[in-house]
Ligand binder design. Structure first.
Ligand code: C2O
Length: 536
């Protein structure tokens, strides 16, 4: 194992997309930001220096941070922001994980432009559990706003209404060859040689969009999600929610030519209008005769729930001898959280009300001190520990109402004893309307043991759970009008954020945090904070 040093200079820089130029916050002047490379077992040290006019934190999305909660990064959860002119050194070891993850800004909406890939290679001399690819490429999917994203969300919070949707989708920072205002040169092109195999490391860094991903004329073999190996399967359409990552093998086995790559929205809700924003890129065979025509693929309609479900249901842990799936078989903490939207009074807002979101009827209030510090040093008055383990108001989650859309506010946490074996059912309320929520848990991977539509039924649903080879991940969509059941072992002390990875829903309050106690044995307690941890 080695130590990998990185320097992240947070700087504002002008970028031109859709024929207009704006200043965005970047790492090292890049959009998307630099790729962080490491091998399993390496120690990663990243010095973040904030030269921008905004507060910043960086989250290493999907990195377990075992006993290093101080470096997890969500603002006001594990740390106070790095203010303009300040710096902070993140320092963590990557253990028991290999594959693709992402890092991103974790304060307000900075993630829109502050994000990049984390590539974790297996230990030296350890091969992939699939045929070795000839080449690898990182493919980052994201969104672009013509306006400043901080202004977009601040305006929405003032009005109480939904924020603007983005103006375009991007692939590796570009809109690609099929776009009103860019040329073919403008797009990302993957050059391939006939007969060779490529490992694509796909990342959905979009703020608010689940995405379908396709390569015209080609099928892809899925081998890994969220830095966990899966049983390989072949598909022509992938589904990736914000925060998720997917590794696929692509064989350059078609006629030498040019093929369109698309990232298009999947909207698991009847509430949202038709959306034609599609990010594009090109796969180009080196031996294609110039100028080769661009072969396009049919883009799945945004409401293609069967396409999305069939992809999701195909995911299984590899669960091999070398990479076993340790699914908790016995549960000692069984929780049910509802996830959904609501409406609260707001005298100063346009309609006298504002859209909110909640878990178990609680709209989370962001504290002004980092929760992890408050927990570690026993500060009182920062949070309460009365987050309900079951919904406070019983209702038919998928019915069309009448349900109370109001929520209560609070910085409520749920305490878990060290090593608790947790089952968490996440149920969409559908109170405003059914809608998918890609929920992300910090500090852990979890197994998705069950998933269904309608209401979770504690007597019949568990009989269909997969406890043998369920997919292991860190972000998973609760289907619109449906539920998922996840299991994990609380073996990582600290304060761990759980939230919808649609940034708009997080902003509206669809978030909570677990406090996980220290254990009694050696290496079961959180060490004290680093000296340079920013102060609030
Ligand atoms: Cu990728 Cu809390 O986020």
């Amino acid at each position: 194992a080695r130590v990998r040093h990185y320097k992240f200079n947070v700087v504002q820089k002008n970028f031109t997309r859709l024929c207009s130029t704006k200043s965005i916050v970047t790492v090292n002047g890049k959009f998307p930001g630099p790729t962080l490379y490491a091998r399993e077992g390496d120690n990663v040290v990243v010095k973040v220096v904030n030269h921008a006019q905004y507060n910043v934190t960086i989250h290493w999305h999907g990195i377990r941070q075992l006993l290093t909660a101080w470096y997890d990064g969500p603002a006001y959860i594990t740390q106070c922001p790095i203010q303009p002119g300040q710096s902070f050194v993140y320092n963590f070891t990557i253990a028991g994980q290999r594959g693709t993850l992402l890092w991103h800004g974790h304060i307000n909406w900075l993630r829109a432009t502050v994000h990049g890939a984390i590539v974790i290679l297996p230990k030296l001399g350890v091969p992939y559990p699939f045929p070795t690819p000839d080449k690898e490429a990182v493919v980052v999917l994201a969104e672009w706003w013509k306006l400043d994203t901080e202004a977009v969300i601040n305006e929405a919070l003032k009005s109480g209404l939904a924020p603007n949707v983005s103006d375009a989708h991007t692939i590796n920072g570009h809109l690609g060859p099929v776009s009103g205002c860019s040329s073919a040169r403008d797009g990302f092109t993957l050059q391939v040689d006939s007969g060779k195999t490529y490992l694509l490391r796909l990342i959905n860094a979009a703020l608010n969009e689940d995405l379908f991903f396709k390569i015209a004329g080609h099928r892809m073999t899925v081998v890994e999600v969220d830095a966990s190996y899966v049983k390989p399967f072949t598909t022509d359409t992938l589904l990736i929610t914000p925060g998720q990552t997917t590794n696929v093998l692509l064989s350059a086995d078609q006629g030498a030519g040019r093929y369109l790559v698309t990232a298009s929205p999947f909207v698991d809700s009847p509430l949202v209008a038709v959306d034609n924003r599609t990010g594009t890129a090109t796969v180009q065979y080196a031996n294609a005769v110039f100028p080769a025509a661009l072969t396009a693929a049919a883009i799945p309609p945004q409401n293609s729930t069967p396409v999305a479900s069939s992809f999701t249901d195909s995911l299984r842990s590899l669960n091999s001898k070398q990479y076993p799936a340790y699914v908790p078989a016995v549960v000692d903490h069984s929780l049910l959280f509802t996830v959904g939207l609501g409406v609260n009074p707001c005298p100063s807002c346009v309609n006298g009300s504002r859209v909110v979101a909640d878990m178990n009827n609680v709209t989370f209030t962001m504290p002004t001190t980092a929760l992890l510090q408050a927990h570690y040093f026993n500060f009182s008055g920062v949070f309460t520990e009365d987050f309900p383990g079951q919904p406070l108001i019983p209702f038919n989650y998928t019915g069309s109402g009448p349900s109370n859309p109001g929520t209560m506010n609070g910085t409520r946490l749920y305490r878990l004893p060290y090593n608790a074996s947790v089952q968490l059912v996440l149920q969409d309320t559908g109170i405003i309307g059914p809608e998918s929520h890609p929920v992300h848990l910090h500090g852990y991977n979890f197994f998705v043991v069950g998933r269904g539509s309608g209401n979770y039924d504690p007597t019949t649903s568990p009989s269909k759970f997969n406890l043998v080879d369920p997919v292991e991940r860190n972000t998973m969509a609760v289907p619109g009008g449906g539920w998922i059941a996840i299991r994990f072992r609380a073996d990582n002390p600290g304060v761990w954020f759980l939230h919808c990875h649609f940034e708009v829903h997080t902003t509206w309050g669809l978030k909570m945090a677990f406090v996980v106690d220290d254990g009694n044995g050696p290496n079961e307690s959180l060490p004290p904070p680093p000296k340079d941890l920013p102060a609030c």
